[in-house]
Design a protein around this ligand. Structure first.
Ligand SMILES: [Fe+2]
Ligand SMILES: [Fe+2]
Length: 247
């Protein structure tokens, strides 16, 4: 099976002042990667004007582009409109579902969505007390359940999960401990571990750490732009034993 090179970045937080600026950083991407995954927080405040900038920056690239939205992209209550703009620009947008791409004859399945918070095993919110807390935890549970179903039904040779929120706390190292419950949830990792995947990519934790792993041993990479410090990271899906972070 051919080696696949997965480029990924999140938290580009584009606005009018960056129009044309990110695009120039993507030139030649087809020589380094086979696909580009965007891990949410593509805008600053989720406005339609910012959504339009994102659509233009990532339109008609020489590699397929798959995106999820982040919490910032929801801030103006226009996530559906922004998703439509991105789809009109040829970008696949996941909402707790899957897309399968044919990349060099390999079926690459990408599953995911925004994800949500709640915290990590032993130090997490639970469905107890006020309806607002129950709704918060339930939102994450429903998302994790949808990812479990999407992964179970996925017919692909390689499986990548794309999220905005983090499934593990390893990749949050550097963030204040007090905000961990708002940065991700162990329920996301539990869902992916139960069905299996080759790689999980997320953003959201700007001050976090690039590399982590789920309890089930799946590689997790925090691809938030401030963490990577470059336009995108490239991760390999190849034969067992190959260095996954050096294509
Ligand atoms: Fe962000
Ligand atoms: Fe975020």
């Amino acid at each position: 099976m051919s080696q696949l090179r997965i480029a990924a970045v999140g938290d580009v937080h584009l606005g009018e002042d960056l129009r044309g600026r990110y695009r120039s950083r993507l030139s030649g991407i087809e020589e380094k990667a086979d696909v580009l995954l965007l891990a949410g927080d593509l805008t600053r405040h989720g406005t339609l004007e910012e959504g339009e900038v994102v659509a233009e920056e990532f339109r008609d690239l020489p590699v397929p582009v798959v995106a999820v939205l982040g919490n910032h992209d929801h801030h103006s209550d226009k996530p559906a409109e922004i998703a439509t703009m991105l789809k009109d620009a040829g970008i696949s947008v996941l909402h707790d579902d899957a897309v399968v791409l044919d990349v060099k004859g390999v079926r690459l399945g990408v599953v995911g969505g925004k994800g949500f918070g709640g915290g990590f095993a032993g130090k997490c919110a639970s469905e107890f007390g006020e309806p607002e807390i129950k709704a918060f935890v339930n939102h994450t549970k429903r998302i994790a359940d949808r990812w479990r179903v999407a992964l179970k039904e996925l017919q692909a040779d390689r499986r990548v999960v794309l999220s905005h929120y983090s499934p593990v706390n390893d990749t949050l190292a550097g963030e204040p401990l007090e905000i961990y419950p708002f940065l991700g949830s162990y329920l996301l990792a539990e869902a992916v571990d139960s069905e299996g995947a080759d790689l999980i990519l997320h953003g959201h934790a700007h001050m976090g750490t690039e590399k982590g792993m789920t309890p089930g041993g799946i590689r997790v990479r925090n691809v938030a732009l401030p963490v990577l410090g470059r336009a995108y990271g490239v991760y390999c899906l190849g034969e067992d034993g190959e260095d996954p972070d050096h294509c």
